[in-house]
Ligand binder design. Structure first.
Ligand SMILES: [Zn+2]
Length: 287
């Protein structure tokens, strides 16, 4: 999910997040285009997840999201792109909306800057057991955070983008790995299985950023993996691991604990049909 167009681009270049972009409120245009693209190009295979910003113009966002309720499958908070800590979700109207619609919230996390740290998501998940949350990017492989994921029924984490994470973490000094899970970053197949064993019912494949390329500031490619590379990795896993992180865990995250007992196809197609109707009706907010 790209950054909001709500912020003034000149201020962003200086590291400030000031209103003045082309959106009246965060993700006003981006969410609309995301819904339209999923409906027009998705052919029933793309499930829209809409971006939120709990730090700015919340009322306007909630009004638009309420109008589209039943047409999307979750919310995404990119803490870095919005300059907003996950803890701002506590008690926010986004929580009420997610609980009412039975949809989860994916949250981007990194150990730095501190306001994007995964411990804030743990805090939110404890405060709101009625909503499912996912910590992105393997929770930095942090033992303490992953223990919370395993213990809290409504908290998940994802492995995205695993091959790039292996490349990134392989190059870190050993001293920085002491608080991390014992993952073999030199062998992604074994490494992903180790990560899964830390919380077998909670790891999701993909989710926040299924694949990516990482460049240094001077444009040098540090890693470059395709969707096919990541897909091949997950398909090379033993059956139990593959089916949990690629199927049953994501279904429970998306649809709730009874996901495997209801008609999954019906639950998904009902929303996609609603979305197609919304786009077809030319709703002002979905244009
Ligand atoms: Zn992310």
């Amino acid at each position: 999910m790209p950054a909001s167009l709500y912020f003034d681009s000149a201020s962003l270049r200086d590291g400030r997040f000031e209103a003045g972009g082309i959106e009246r409120y965060p993700f006003e245009l981006i969410n609309r285009s995301h819904l339209r693209e999923c409906s027009v190009f998705g052919q029933g295979r793309l499930l829209p997840v809409l971006a939120i910003d709990p730090c700015n113009r919340v009322e306007e966002q909630v009004e638009a999201l309420s109008e589209w309720e039943g047409c999307y499958f979750g919310f995404k908070l990119h803490t870095r792109a919005t300059n907003c800590c996950a803890s701002r979700l506590i008690g926010s109207p986004f929580i009420d909306l997610a609980a009412r619609a039975n949809i989860p919230i994916i949250i981007h996390t990194k150990p730095v800057p501190d306001f994007t740290h995964a411990r804030h998501v743990v805090q939110v998940a404890k405060a709101h057991p009625e909503v499912r949350f996912s910590i992105a990017h393997a929770a930095d492989f942090d033992r303490t955070i992953v223990a919370h994921v395993a213990a809290l029924p409504n908290l998940f984490f994802d492995s995205s983008p695993f091959l790039s994470l292996c490349a990134e973490y392989r190059s870190q000094p050993l001293t920085e790995r002491s608080q991390r899970l014992p993952i073999d970053f030199g062998d992604p197949n074994t490494g992903l299985q180790s990560l899964w064993r830390a919380a077998p019912d909670k790891l999701l494949w993909g989710s926040d950023e299924p694949w990516t390329a990482i460049c240094s500031a001077d444009g040098t490619a540090l890693s470059s993996f395709s969707y096919e590379d990541e897909y091949s990795l997950v398909m090379s896993l033993p059956e139990d691991c593959r089916s949990r992180i690629g199927w049953s865990n994501p279904l429970r995250f998306l649809l709730g604990d009874n996901a495997l007992e209801v008609s999954i196809a019906a639950a998904i197609s009902t929303k996609l049909e609603r979305l197609a109707k919304l786009i077809g009706s030319g709703s002002r907010n979905a244009d």
